[in-house]
Design a protein around this ligand. Structure first.
Ligand SMILES: [Zn+2]
Length: 269
């Protein structure tokens, strides 16, 4: 009996130690992401995924495609990929979600959403016992997590890429705006005047426009965070229409994100 207890204790200690070592090893791996992404060749399989499914990348110049790949590799290596309700996160998931993050932050070279270490993926929309409803995605700064439903993420890019509904861009835009407020190496990267200008436009648009003539979907007017995320969805999915409907706001967005999707993708010189 005593031998059994000792044996069980040893097994338990070894297991704890292994789990701890694995965590340490993984954290060390993430910490070396800048170096590894600079020296490792970009995997051909990743490029194939981008060429198949990611039009933003496909429309970039050769030089920008290279910068995009490097930033994407950094993002993949610096995050902890956590599957929920299925076994393992695939390369396709990692590449597509990272490509979405790079699209959003392409004009902000030092931004990798560093506060958000974990990317949690569910195969489909998931039930939250807290809100008692199904979710497509959310951002949890307290736990350093971005959570996404893979089905909804894919719908955003593939089912209708120009309807300005894209849960990946939407949730990552929430993360980006929060990252700007969190005191770390990526703190306050947004130009404060531009951000104030953005919020003033949002307030004016939501309070002065008849909801039926609102260019954005009405959900944008929930608060300034939702307005920002919905604006990001429109900025990338229907930039030309956005620019025509709300030229001043579009201008502020190009300043905040330091890119103009119409120019960078060659759709407008
Ligand atoms: Zn939202």
């Amino acid at each position: 009996m005593v031998t059994l207890i000792i044996l069980a204790s040893v097994v338990f200690i070894v297991f704890q130690f292994r789990t701890k070592m694995q965590d340490v090893y993984e954290a060390a791996g993430r910490a070396t992401a800048p170096l590894r992404s600079a020296v490792l060749p970009f995997p051909a399989a990743y490029r194939e995924i981008l060429n198949k499914y990611f039009p933003y990348y496909q429309k970039l110049s050769a030089g920008n495609r290279h910068a995009f790949e490097q930033k994407l590799l950094y993002f993949i290596l610096s995050k902890k990929w956590i599957p929920r309700q299925f076994d393992a996160v695939t390369d396709e998931m990692k590449v597509m979600i990272s490509a979405c993050a790079v699209q959003l932050t392409f004009g902000l070279p030092r931004i990798y959403l560093q506060h958000f270490i974990g990317i949690v993926i569910y195969p489909d929309n998931y039930y939250s016992s807290i809100t008692k409803r199904f979710h497509k995605g959310e951002v949890n700064p307290a736990y350093h997590l971005i959570v996404l439903s893979w089905k909804s993420f894919v719908d955003g890019y593939l089912v209708n890429p120009t309807d300005a509904i894209n849960v990946g861009l939407h949730e990552l835009a929430h993360a980006l705006r929060l990252e700007n407020l969190i005191r770390n190496d990526e703190y306050q990267f947004f130009d404060e005047d531009l951000l104030n200008k953005f919020d003033a436009y949002a307030h004016r648009i939501c309070h002065e426009t008849d909801p039926q003539f609102l260019f954005f979907r009405p959900y944008a007017c929930t608060n300034e965070h939702e307005f920002f995320s919905v604006a990001v969805e429109n900025f990338f999915e229907r930039p030309q229409a956005f620019k025509e409907a709300l030229p001043q706001l579009y201008q502020v967005m190009t300043g905040l994100l330091n890119q103009d999707p119409l120019v960078i993708t060659g759709e407008q010189k």
